[in-house]
Design a protein around this ligand. Sequence first.
Ligand code: COA
Length: 189
Amino acid sequence: MYLRQETSINTDRLWLRDFHLSDWPVVHQYASDPEVTKYLEWGPNTELDSRRFVERATSLSYLDPRVDFDLAIVTNAEERLIGAVSIHIESPADREGWLGYCLHRSYWGKGYATEAAYNLLNHAFQKLGMRRIYATAAPDNAGSINVLQKIGMQHEGTLKNHKLVRGAWRDSELYAILDSDFTPPRRFF
Ligand SMILES: CC(C)(COP(=O)(O)OP(=O)(O)OC[C@H]1O[C@@H](n2cnc3c(N)ncnc32)[C@H](O)[C@@H]1OP(=O)(O)O)[C@@H](O)C(=O)NCCC(=O)NCCS
């Protein structure tokens, strides 16, 4: 077992940190909500699914080199875990990865996903040396598409019959951003 290279990112209102095994019941609160997982390939989670997610995220965080960054989104004000934001380095040679996020329904519409995704993107470009980060979203997942546009990603096309979600094939909108097109924050924490 390697010593974990902790990832900890402080933003204006949030703390993005590695998961702990004890986080699973709080993860389960949002991951078991069918409204939250409506557009996702996974869920709604059973308790075992939520435990396994946290166990997997934690164990992958010990790998060296680390390629999976599943981070808990914690509010500074309430010190409450409200969701997850992730970057997975798919091709270290190409310095390419994908981005994803998921929040508890009570915390939607407050700009938290945009703040978390933007700051993790910044970390990926500035600290992990990534060159290209992409994300996909269901065509009718307006909230997610708004987040991708707000963090500066460009629409690259529609992937036809991209995902098998609860027995039906659905398209995905593909968004991406290059390090050269990313505007970093003026202030670093
Ligand atoms: C998608 C999701 C992460 C958005 O999180 P959020 O914290 O509400 O997003 P933000 O508050 O940062 O919103 C960004 C923009 O999208 C808008 N928006 C958010 N949800 C929206 C919705 N359902 N419909 C239309 N616009 C929406 C916001 O108003 C905001 O725009 P504005 O700044 O111009 O007002 C959240 O709804 C969620 O967790 N959904 C379930 C999981 C999921 O679908 N993940 C994405 C998989 S691709």
